[in-house]
Design a protein around this ligand. Structure first.
Ligand code: ST9
Ligand code: ZN
Ligand code: ZN
Length: 337
């Protein structure tokens, strides 16, 4: 990673430009209400209230020093591991086929994705493919035109819009149906997920360094899980609302450096929506804001990942000049201003 690469990334984020794409508020009440009745799923509402209250208690335990030092460190390591299952696994490998992976890597990524409890790979990928195909319409499960709260967490607390089912039926999932690791994970998810996401992370600190069991539960399980959910959800909310649109100013997705770091390289979302097949999910291979790319590159070095797809510089430049908002350092608008 060169200094100029870092500079380029920083320049891309530091420029603020006129946002002339259609405003999110153009999602009128008519559209919002059409054929849609709110059907709140109270089980999920209460689960998310518990998780967020527990997460605040986890913060309290950490900041008042009522925790052994290794427990938050362990939680952080576990967060990164499980995040790789989502970013390098569910997202870049299974949803977008941006590279290919040998079975040992697919198995590790599937286990890591199970630790993250963001639904099994099959369901995660189906919702994500629908999100890309019908972005910011009623068929998008976390349609950002329905506001920050809905696209962040609200969509998980209500029944889906009927367009999600109807248009979602057009999504081809046959590639996942042919992957025995994905199908085994789907079949065993309800048993394996609670063990990997909650029980093992809560037990290890107790057995390894004598952490108090409740402290371990609230810090290593609840705090860790709730924080990683929120970092992930920022990609659907913040990275569809705040930030620059260097590659396409006519779409909602934005490049957002903060989300890029918190979501392990998934915040370069304007780029990602324009070039979803790039295994980096970003233009630059900048590891400091894209840990997931580093993991795929290391796996590729050992032959576990291969056929990594990317986008030519020329194609990017042409797109930047045709539809970018002028915030890209190489854009013609930027160089003329
Ligand atoms: C979670 C997911 O948090 C987060 C995803 C984020 C994605 C971000 C992407 C950005 C990149 C990655 C960044 C990673 C960063 C990591 C950093 C970490 C530090 N197409 O869903 P159901 C059909 S999950 C086609 O029940 P309801 C289908 O037939 C959090 N068809 O709908 C289905 O039946 P089946 C934990 C579809 O009843 C049937 O409808 N999990 C589609 O409206 C029923 O489906 C939870 O909280 C589609 N897209 O319920 C669980 N969808 O499945 C939350 C559905 O049998 N979920 N169908 O084939 C639920 O409780 C429910 O889904 C619901 C909706 C209440 C939300
Ligand atoms: Zn998106
Ligand atoms: Zn994607």
């Amino acid at each position: 990673m060169s200094g100029s690469t870092l500079l380029l990334a920083d320049t891309m984020m530091s420029k603020t430009v006129e946002d002339d794409r259609p405003r999110l508020s153009s999602y009128s009440n008519d559209t919002k209400r059409r054929d849609y009745e709110w059907q709140i799923v109270w089980r999920n509402v209460f689960a998310f209230i518990y998780l967020h209250a527990g997460c605040l208690y986890g913060f309290y335990l950490i900041f008042t020093g009522n925790v052994r030092i290794w427990t938050p460190i362990f939680a952080l390591v576990f967060t990164i591991l499980s995040a790789m299952g989502v970013t390098a696994g569910a997202h870049r490998l299974w949803a977008h086929r941006a590279y290919k992976a040998r079975w040992p890597l697919r198995l590790i990524l599937a286990l890591a994705q199970t630790m993250a409890f963001q639904n099994h790979i099959y369901e995660w990928v189906r919702d994500h493919r629908v999100h890309h195909k019908f972005t910011e319409t009623d068929a998008d499960p976390h349609n950002a035109k329905r506001g920050f709260f809905f696209s962040h967490i609200g969509w998980l607390m209500v029944r889906k819009h009927k367009d999600v089912f109807e248009k979602g039926a057009s999504i081809d999932m046959s590639d996942l149906e042919k992957d025995p690791i994905v199908m085994l994970q789907k079949k065993t998810y309800l048993v394996v997920m609670p063990i990997l996401c909650f029980i093992i992370p809560a037990c290890l600190p107790v057995y390894l360094w004598g952490e108090d069991p409740w402290t371990s539960w609230y810090v290593a399980s609840i705090w860790r899980y709730t924080m990683s959910l929120n970092f992930t959800w920022l990609v659907n909310s913040a990275a569809h609302i705040y930030g620059n649109r260097p590659y396409d100013k006519y779409i909602g997705a934005t490049d957002n450096k903060t989300v890029g770091i918190l979501a392990m390289g998934e915040g370069w979302h304007n780029y990602h929506h324009v070039f979803p097949w790039d295994y980096k999910a970003a233009e630059l291979g900048n590891y400091s804001t894209n840990l997931s790319t580093a993991v795929i590159d290391i796996a590729a070095k050992y032959g576990w990942a291969y056929d990594l797809k990317t986008v030519s510089e020329d194609m990017i430049r042409r797109r930047v000049n045709r539809t970018g908002d002028g915030s890209h350092p190489t854009s013609q608008q930027a160089s003329h201003s």
